[in-house]
Write a protein that binds this ligand. Structure first.
Ligand code: NAG
Ligand code: NAG
Ligand code: NAG
Ligand code: NAG
Length: 359
């Protein structure tokens, strides 16, 4: 888009040319936002409401003192039977069997709605599309859209920040590894991600601060990059060139309720992470039991954050799944329960609301 503008603007400085170039720029942006819509949702600039909750906090508020609501596997909101069926032809090229959609679906609102409701942290899982051409979103082998690229979706965030310049967004990027029979987190893929994250527009919208979180003021209207990936197939200068905080997958213990991960070794800055996504209940355990285990891990981690660690970064995942169980506990069941007869106290979401209200 910036290239198109540049060409036309240098061709002539006549007012009519300027008018048509900005008209074309607006159409080009709309085109990108339309392509992003299967993941981002249809872009709407709504009245602020909760969309600008960060306005209430002064510029010198340390970001680590804020409670930032986020969504886990954010891009799965549209992954139902119809989406899975419509993507089957292209997903088949990956030569993997994709289980039922309930396995993967962790959300049910598009990004634009999440943003407008106050969500500020997004968990994004990328890999190559089945033709190894562009980076797209996956959850495991479930391809979530073939046409919305990572780059397209970023334009949705950029536009939203222009419309809500008081706000800060946290984007976590993680390479999804089990997307295809033959897939590799190789140099080509890593370079593709790097190029997206250092494009002129990314340099403008991603806060170019590294290895630490600062104050809210400098982060307003910007994105903070959370790097849950390594660029280990590229020269180390590529990693050095990226902003944000690094959470190396090699330090992120799988399915752990209590991870301590040093993200700034010079200053010994530690992030405390609860990512106990699969309760290790005995097989055949009830939905109530699985919800109880997940809620227990979530609650303990939230309480830990109040024990003299107020200046530390905490990531607490409230979502879980136990697809190994019979019957399976889908993410939706852990989050919202399985009907009032089976789970009268609801899921982790309901129990967390009561926990926060009582705090
Ligand atoms: C995509 O890349 C992988 C890893 O290099 C390779 O094995 C696979 O054949 C490629 N797929 C296509 C469709 O080119
Ligand atoms: C680094 O920080 C962690 C967590 O706050 C603490 O347990 C550890 O003792 C610190 N290490 C050093 C060398 O200061
Ligand atoms: C609750 O969580 C803690 C920390 O993860 C664990 O040690 C304990 O066994 C859990 N208790 C139950 C009942 O799940
Ligand atoms: C959820 O409820 C459905 C319908 O009652 C039932 O078939 C399924 O086994 C339940 N799942 C769990 C994990 O309890």
């Amino acid at each position: 888009m910036s290239v198109i503008l540049g060409c036309l603007a240098t061709a002539a400085i006549l007012p009519s040319a300027l008018a048509s170039s900005s008209h074309l720029a607006a159409l080009a942006l709309q085109n990108v936002l339309d392509k992003a819509s299967p993941i981002f949702g249809s872009y709407i600039n709504r009245a602020p409401g909760r969309a600008e909750w960060m306005k209430a906090y002064p510029d010198d508020t340390p970001l680590v003192h804020l409670n930032i609501p986020g969504t886990h596997d954010s891009a799965t909101w549209n992954y139902d039977q119809a989406t899975q069926r419509s993507l089957k032809g292209i997903t088949d090229l990956n030569q993997v069997t994709v289980p039922v959609p309930e396995t993967f679906r962790c959300q049910d609102l598009p990004f634009i709605d999440m943003l407008d409701m106050g969500i500020r942290a997004f968990d994004l899982r990328y890999s190559f599309d089945p033709t190894n051409t562009t980076l797209v979103f996956y959850h495991g082998p479930a391809l979530l859209s073939e046409t919305s690229t990572v780059d397209d979706v970023l334009f949705g965030f950029y536009q939203w920040l222009d419309d809500h310049p008081s706000e800060t967004i946290f984007l976590s990027f993680q390479h999804e590894s089990s997307t295809a029979k033959y897939t590799s987190n190789n140099a080509e893929l890593q370079l593709n991600l790097y190029n997206i994250l250092v494009s002129p527009e990314a340099r403008h919208y991603f806060l170019q601060k590294k290895d630490q979180l600062g104050a809210l003021g400098e982060a307003r209207g910007k994105i903070i990059l959370l790097r849950r990936f390594d660029l280990d197939q590229l020269d180390s200068s590529y990693t050095e060139d990226l902003p944000g905080l690094h959470f190396s997958p090699s330090l992120w213990t799988d399915n752990s309720p209590d991870i301590s991960l040093v993200y700034n070794s010079k200053k010994n800055m530690t992030a405390f992470i609860e990512d106990y996504y699969q309760p290790l209940t005995p097989t055949g355990s009830s939905a109530v039991e699985n919800i109880k285990w997940k809620f227990n891990a979530t609650k303990r981690h939230l309480l830990k954050a109040t024990t003299g660690l107020e200046d530390s970064l905490f990531w607490t995942f409230a979502s879980g799944t136990n697809t190994a169980n019979t019957p399976p506990d889908w993410p939706r069941i852990i989050a919202t329960g399985n009907g009032s007869d089976l789970t009268p106290e609801g899921g982790v979401n309901h129990q967390l609301v009561s926990f926060f209200e009582a705090f």
